[in-house]
Design a protein around this ligand. Structure first.
Ligand SMILES: [Zn+2]
Length: 273
């Protein structure tokens, strides 16, 4: 990488089976930067070393946890740690799906952002941290010649299972910096629900096709299933965080359309000038 970083190598990686075309943003969701760096570089993590709300206090401390990692960690003060070489596969997204592909670790660069997340009161992301993140993502997109539509949240690729980087993450700021999709949304309010669990209609089919066009893992069945609701909630968490209920309302539909249009536009091959 070309952005200034501190090397903190992690042994938790293996070989990619696909070329890089995605950047997945996470929050660390732990008590401290030190704990997150320890966990992301630990070759044999045990439950007893990482106490927290994600596990019962009664758990056997010798219980093996899964080995995890990311390519980069961005600290609250803006310091960037490089853990895994971009050419290798880091283990950050787990079971995941985006734009027709399962297991996105094979084609993604994973960036962990120091933040306690939902388990620790959803702290805000301070400006120096977001400035450093923007520089890092800009550098990745430029070097890899990727469109801004390549930048997603963990919650986008694992709806219903993951909620990071969370509804306090400033996606609009990333949009303004040119490192994430952020359409110029019309003002408005969520309004009345148009469809929800159990609904079955051509409108639901259209919604599913639009979400799948953006990249979400919705099957086009016309039935508002649990999966559809989880994908709508993931979309809202990122693009309409004022109300995250997984129900289709007018504002959500407007925003799905706007994001799909911009995403398609951004994905067009760029003409050299
Ligand atoms: Zn994550």
């Amino acid at each position: 990488m070309t952005v200034c970083s501190t090397s903190r190598p992690s042994p938790n990686f293996d070989a990619r089976q696909r070329p890089i075309d995605l950047v997945v943003l996470h929050y660390t969701g732990m008590q401290s930067l030190a704990a997150a760096l320890d966990r992301l570089t630990d070759p044999a993590p045990k439950a007893g070393r990482y106490p927290g709300p994600w596990q019962s206090p009664a758990i056997d401390p010798e219980t093996d946890l899964s080995r995890v990692s990311a390519h980069y960690v961005v600290a609250r003060n803006g310091e960037i740690f490089a853990l895994v070489d971009e050419e290798a596969r880091a283990w950050h997204a787990g079971a995941s799906f985006w734009r027709g592909l399962e297991g996105v670790n094979h084609n993604a660069i994973g960036v962990e952002i120091e933040n306690g997340g939902h388990d620790f009161g959803l702290p805000d992301y301070p400006p120096p941290q977001i400035a450093a993140l923007n520089a890092l993502v800009w550098d990745i997109l430029a070097r890899r010649r990727l469109p801004v539509s390549a930048v997603v949240g963990h919650s986008d690729v694992a709806p219903g299972r993951k909620a990071d980087p969370g509804e306090h993450f400033p996606w609009a700021d990333l949009g303004a910096a040119g490192v994430a999709l952020w359409p110029d949304f019309k003002a408005g309010t969520p309004g009345r629900g148009l469809a929800g669990p159990g609904s079955e209609s051509v409108e639901v089919l259209g919604l599913q096709e639009a979400l799948a066009g953006i990249g979400y893992g919705t099957a086009a069945t016309g039935l508002y299933c649990e999966r559809t609701q989880a994908c709508v909630a993931a979309f809202q968490r990122r693009f309409r965080p004022e109300r995250i209920d997984g129900l289709l309302d007018g504002q959500t539909l407007d925003r799905v359309t706007a994001v799909l249009e911009l995403s398609l536009l951004m994905s067009l091959p760029r003409r050299s000038s």
